[in-house]
Write a protein that binds this ligand. Structure first.
Ligand code: PMP
Length: 282
């Protein structure tokens, strides 16, 4: 396959990372993953805005403007003749002799991007999934989309070993998010999700689902809630670029939300799929 390396298109086999790349040594970099439908990138502008925010928060200079990056990603999709799948890209602070502090002289950042083709509706679990409730052991800037994902990796592995599809994380009993997704619950007709502060990544799908809820006239409350509230919720679902809207029907050994996808989840999922369908045919 073809990958993007800085501003060049090269074969995947030629893509090599320097052993002193700060992304490799410190996880000092940022990334985005977005979905491609019918050869087009979905919610591109929101992803680029979030990338710029992540870069600002880490004081990392993007190698070139996001408009140019979007053009390059478009080319990458065409080079790989991909209709459906993902684009993944990351930018590290660059390669230099190992020292924690930033390089004294500016060095070139390293941008890499690749695609992964999927079936048209890959990863959609509209029937619902089981998750595990685990401690959120991550740092206090989960709002930045950095390459440092060890807290997510460990929890995701633990969930897998418990036979669950993902973990829902909590800090001292307050539900934050999943290891790869945001978490929503419904109580008495109100859609509730953790506010977009430093404890969660403000998912692009989260933002999109909140817009859908507004359009559908579903009341929304962005507030924190406890694991006890989660277990007593009428509906629970996850959102991400990968899973869109996925109902949660079991948390560890407990059935939640009556064991089947709820009406508000279904309405949001339907609206989501309709918007994607429109995007595909537009
Ligand atoms: N939270 C975390 C920790 C994630 O890794 C992701 C996926 N990137 C999300 C939430 C969902 O974000 P998005 O909707 O932009 O995919």
């Amino acid at each position: 396959s073809t990958i993007l390396y800085n501003d060049r298109f090269i074969d995947r086999s030629q893509g090599k990372v320097d052993m002193e790349d700060r992304g490799y040594q410190f996880g000092d970099g940022i990334y985005e993953a977005l979905r491609v439908y019918n050869g087009k990138m979905f919610l591109l502008d929101l992803h680029m805005k979030r990338l710029e925010r992540s870069a600002r928060e880490l004081r990392l200079a993007l190698p070139y403007a996001t408009d140019h990056l979007a053009e390059n990603l478009d080319k990458l999709i065409k080079e790989n003749a991909m209709d459906y799948g993902y684009v993944y890209f990351q930018i590290t602070r660059g390669a230099i002799a190992r020292k924690h502090r930033f390089p004294e002289q500016p060095i070139d950042t390293v941008l890499t991007a690749s695609v992964e083709a999927t079936d048209k509706d890959e990863d959609l679990h509209a029937d619902g999934i089981k998750v595990s409730l685990l401690d959120d052991i991550r740092w206090l800037r989960c709002d930045i989309k950095t390459l440092n994902l060890l807290g997510n990796v460990l929890a995701n592995q633990e969930a897998f070993e418990r036979g669950a599809a993902d973990a829902i994380l909590h800090r001292d009993g307050v539900v934050t998010e999943g290891t790869t997704c945001n978490v929503f619950m419904v109580k008495d007709g109100v859609l509730i999700t953790h506010p977009a502060d430093h404890f969660i990544l403000n998912g692009i799908t989260r933002i999109f689902v909140l817009q859908l809820a507004e359009r559908l006239g579903i009341p929304v409350d962005e507030r924190t809630y406890t694991t006890a509230e989660l277990l007593a919720a009428d509906e629970v679902f996850l959102t991400s670029t990968g899973v869109r809207v996925t109902p949660v029907l079991q948390i560890d050994d407990r059935q939640v939300a009556g064991g089947k996808p709820g009406p508000i989840t279904n309405r949001l999922l339907e609206a989501f799929n309709q918007d994607v369908e429109q995007f595909v045919t537009a």
